[in-house]
Structures are given as C-alpha cells and as structure tokens.
Design a protein around this ligand. Structure first.
Ligand code: HEM
Ligand code: HEM
Length: 186
C-alpha cells in the first residue's frame, strides 16, 4: 500500500525545500554579517514555504489513513513518535525563527518572496532576539538528528527489510510492493 499521491508529493517537496534551506543556512548565510542580512529574506521565504507545505500536509494527514501494515506495536509506536516529532520540530523551528527576526529600526523589513512584508513577531518578556536565534539553532539540530534517524530507518526498510515501506512513499512501484498488494508477499 502506498501513501496517497498528494501526501507523497508534499513529502518530497518538503524534502527538497528542506535541503535548499540547509544549503542556504550553511552556505551564503554563514558569510560576513552583511551576507547573512542579504540572504535572510531568501532564508525566511524558504522557511515560510516549508511551514505552508507542513501545515497543508498535516491537514491532509489527519484526514488520511496511513498505508495498512501490521508491524509490532513497539515498531508502530516508534515510527509514529518520530514522524509526529518531525512535524512538531519543523513547526517549532519556523516559529522560533519568526520570533528571532527583528529588523533593524532604520532598515526596511525583509519581504517574503520579494513582495509580502513579514508581520512583526510579538516580543516575549525575558527573551531577546539572540535567545531566540540560539533556540532556533538548537531546535534545528534536534530536527536534523530526527531527520537522520528517519532517513536511516527508511534506508533500512529499503535495503534490509524490503517490506514496501520505502516504496509506499515513492512514485515508482517496487517488486515487493506489487507482490504485497496482490497478496503474494511472504
Ligand atoms: C524549517 C525552516 C527553517 C530552518 C531549517 C532554519 C534553519 C536555520 C539555521 C540552521 C540557522 C543558522 C543558525 C546558527 O547560525 O546557529 C538559522 C538562522 C536564522 N533563521 Fe532560520 N530556519 C528556518 C526558518 C526560519 C524562518 C521562517 C525565519 C523567520 C521568519 C528564520 C529566521 C532566522 C534568523 C533571524 C536567523 C539568524 C540569522 C543570523 O545569524 O543573523 N528561520 N536558521
Ligand atoms: C531522503 C530523505 C527521506 C527519505 C528517504 C524519507 C522516507 C520516508 C518514508 C519511506 C516514509 C513513510 C514511512 C511509513 O510509511 O511509515 C516517510 C514518512 C515521513 N517523512 Fe520522510 N523521508 C525523508 C526525508 C524527510 C524529511 C527531511 C522530513 C521532514 C523534515 C520527513 C518527514 C516525514 C514525515 C513527517 C513522515 C510521516 C508521513 C506522514 O505521517 O505524513 N521526511 N519518509
């Protein structure tokens, strides 16, 4: 059984935008202070795109049944935990990024996708922009660790278990998945 097409499409679009975001954050944004300012609007626009894709996915996801499989209860619980944590950490990284963004008083604020002004985040008592950048960065590293575990487990399903979990998220059918669907597997 595969995930519905819309979920698969949104998953791979999120993976692509997430990869672009990492390349931006550790590439041009890591230059001088000026380079980081220059690239911040692209960073924020990519972040907002990831946010929109994630919210759309979550809405679709709550109305969708996951592909029917029968793994053990602990395996099912571990997979659900990692997957819901992925959603939660993506949202937390975006929200703390927004709270960290404080345009300089005399500078025009960054524009989303080159046109829309970014709404000003509320200030939180006791926490300044520097604290939120630190939090944004820490949450990003937790998310990166979760993604690493997620990718490793997906690779194990594809290479070791060959149980159709990986092809359930792909666009091309594997032989195992075809056999599983026609009841020939196992
Ligand atoms: C999933 C989306 C996002 C990811 C993965 C991400 C990741 C990162 C990373 C890795 C850094 C570098 C942190 C460091 O230097 O230690 C960073 C910096 C930053 N991000 Fe994001 N970010 C995302 C979305 C956003 C959004 C939506 C905003 C604002 C609305 C934002 C605002 C910032 C700011 C202000 C900085 C600090 C830039 C500086 O060093 O001056 N981020 N982000
Ligand atoms: C090359 C990298 C990746 C691969 C190979 C991959 C593979 C997969 C596979 C096979 C599934 C289905 C699992 C199942 O049916 O139980 C899945 C689900 C999922 N993936 Fe990925 N993934 C990758 C990257 C990412 C990234 C970067 C994120 C988010 C930051 C992500 C978020 C999710 C979520 C939230 C689900 C759960 C599906 C749902 O409940 O909507 N994945 N992934």
């Amino acid at each position: 059984m595969r995930w519905p097409f819309a979920i698969r499409l949104l998953h791979w679009l999120s993976v692509g935008t997430f990869a672009i975001q990492i390349a931006l954050s550790f590439g041009p944004m890591k230059g001088s202070g000026m380079a980081s300012m220059l690239w911040l609007p692209s960073h924020i626009s990519t972040g907002v795109l990831i946010f929109l894709l994630t919210v759309f996915r979550l809405v679709l996801r709550v109305c969708t049944r996951a592909p029917g499989r029968s793994p053990s209860l602990p395996a099912r619980a571990a997979a659900a935990l990692v997957q819901w944590c992925l959603y939660a950490f993506v949202l937390a990284v975006v929200i703390t990024g927004w709270l960290a963004y404080r345009p300089m008083p005399l500078m025009s604020p960054a524009r989303l996708f080159g046109s829309l002004p970014i709404p000003k985040a509320p200030s939180v008592a006791g926490l300044n922009a520097r604290d939120f950048i630190a939090l944004h960065s820490t949450l990003f590293w937790v998310l990166a660790a979760l993604v690493a575990v997620h990718v490793l487990v997906a690779a194990m399903h594809a290479v070791l278990f060959r149980d159709g979990v990986m092809s359930g998220m792909l666009f091309r059918r594997s032989r195992e998945a075809k056999a599983e669907d026609s009841g020939l597997a196992g």
